[in-house]
Design a binder for this molecule. Structure first.
Ligand code: PEP
Length: 227
């Protein structure tokens, strides 16, 4: 079955020329649906069939220096946008801000990819993890149609650490997120690599992946989108 693989480039690479080269090296034909999320400065200059953004502001226009609106992203043909990534939450993004951004994205016709899992610890059991997710999803999805939102389950301890969750744990969390909140699609993110990706893609309730580091290495990303 075709799944969705969204590559989060974070604050890489350093130049537009390098970003164009990286995008050009990603397969146009793949088994799964591939999306790339370059940094905002390069969104207009990079060519790829499906673009995502890493963040946005919640107002469409106005006196908001330095912000990028969902309406502007839409004009760049952006189809997906991350909200609530743990790296943004670390900088102060609250569940209320996540909710406001998701609302603004849906109003502009962009699918929000709501990242949850910030605050989880490696030694927590599944019940404790669902407690954290419950709060993030109750507040993040408030007033939204959950079926229109993609949720990315990203245990914070697995992001950029080389330590991934087990596919069985991720599957349990995906079932919880779908059944409890009516979310349509759930992705897994956290040290995804060509070596562990298949285990997640084989899970019935995991609809795709959100690789960070591996999306910057075309050989790895191309392997993952073709598994
Ligand atoms: C991410 O950027 O959301 C992520 C999970 O990064 P990494 O794959 O590098 O852990």
């Amino acid at each position: 079955m075709k799944k969705l693989v969204i590559g989060n480039w974070k604050l890489h690479p350093a130049t537009l020329a390098a970003a164009k080269k990286l995008a050009a090296a990603i397969s146009r034909k793949s088994k799964h649906v591939a999306v790339i999320c370059p940094p905002p400065a390069f969104l207009a200059g990079v060519v790829f069939p499906r673009l995502g953004a890493q963040d946005c502001f919640w107002e469409p226009a106005g006196a908001f220096t330095g912000q990028v609106s969902p309406v502007q992203l839409k004009s760049l043909r952006v189809k997906y946008c991350l909200v609530g990534h743990s790296e943004k939450r670390k900088l102060g993004e609250t569940d209320e801000i996540v909710n406001a951004k998701a609302r603004a994205l849906l109003a502009a016709g962009i699918t929000p990819v709501m990242c949850v899992g910030f605050g989880t610890k490696v030694e927590q059991d599944d019940l404790e993890v669902t407690d954290v997710l419950k709060t993030q999803l109750e507040l993040g999805l408030a007033g939204l149609e959950p079926a229109e939102v993609i949720v990315a389950y990203e245990p914070v301890w697995a992001i950029g650490t080389g330590k991934n969750a087990t596919p069985e744990h991720a599957e349990k969390m995906a079932i919880f997120i779908k059944h409890k909140f009516g979310v349509g699609k759930v992705l897994y993110g956290g040290s995804v690599s060509p070596y562990n990706a298949k285990g997640f893609l084989d899970q019935r309730n995991i609809d795709g992946l959100l690789p960070g580091g591996a999306s910057l290495i075309p050989k790895y990303f191309n392997q993952i989108i073709n598994l």
